[in-house]
Write a protein that binds this ligand. Sequence first.
Ligand code: DGY
Length: 326
Amino acid sequence: MKPRVLVSREVFDETLEMLAEHFEVESNQADLKHTPEQLAAALADKDGALVSTSDRIDGALLDRCPRLKVVANVGVGYNNLDLPALTAHGVMATNTPDVLTNSVADYTFGLIIATCRRLTEGEHFLRAGEWKGSHLKQMLGVDVHGATLGILGFGRIGQTVARRASGFDMKILYHNRTRLKPAEEAQLGAHYRGKHDLLREADIVVLLTPYSAESHHTIGAAEIALMKPSAVLINVARGGIVDDAALIEALKAKRILAAGLDVYENEPALNPGFLPLKNVVLSPHLASASEPTRKAMAATAARNCIAALTGGEPPNLLNPEVQRKR
Ligand code: DGY
């Protein structure tokens, strides 16, 4: 009998074809969001799963899934997975790094430009029929070129954003748990700063750290207070890294100029305090959402699942200790 695999949210036909060569596949092509109870019930008799970053996989769920050998996350961020619990249950966990790096870096720049140059505010103004003609001081923004960019979290995506930034003649500051080697810093033209110095110096702060208990509310009222009143904050990483209530207060009081956000605390719920504010650009977690990239993410997850269930080494294994125990 073929191993049984659950695909928890809608994927591409080509992803299903890849999986169907090896497995009996149950896919949620209607894309209905499972409750935790429904997800546990659907996984109870499965050997593997492709899950979305909105599916929580924890110890309580795993207790009910005795056959499960692999959970392949369709996403690079995996704060939805309780990795220690997966490891304790002997379940391999994988993610989808690399394939989305360029698309997320592109989108980050889109959000930077949209926020600094008031692009969506201008569109709303136009659509509302309020444009009565151009004038010199109309909807003035701040420049992206030549600005000082501070990148918090300098992994693959952060470094790719830095490469884009050099084309905009920006000064690049970064903060990361591990500092790069001097030659790598020189190649990217990036200067290391402590977190507080970066917040004080940057015109544009981009958040690209993974979410964890440690990075919860990395940016709250105290950190915002360090930023320049003319600064712009961009979050394309995860909700929860920013204290949304504190950010709303700061935007209302013009403690910083503006924010561009693709991710939120408790998404898809959105703190309603953002909605009336003109100095925030909001998008619904789209940074990796180009068609080729989303197809590559799904294919990567499928390859990880296939490798795990056919005796191979999943290319993006997050808990290799599980495989070593087998
Ligand atoms: C990721 O891959 O982590 C993106 O945020 C998409 O969920």
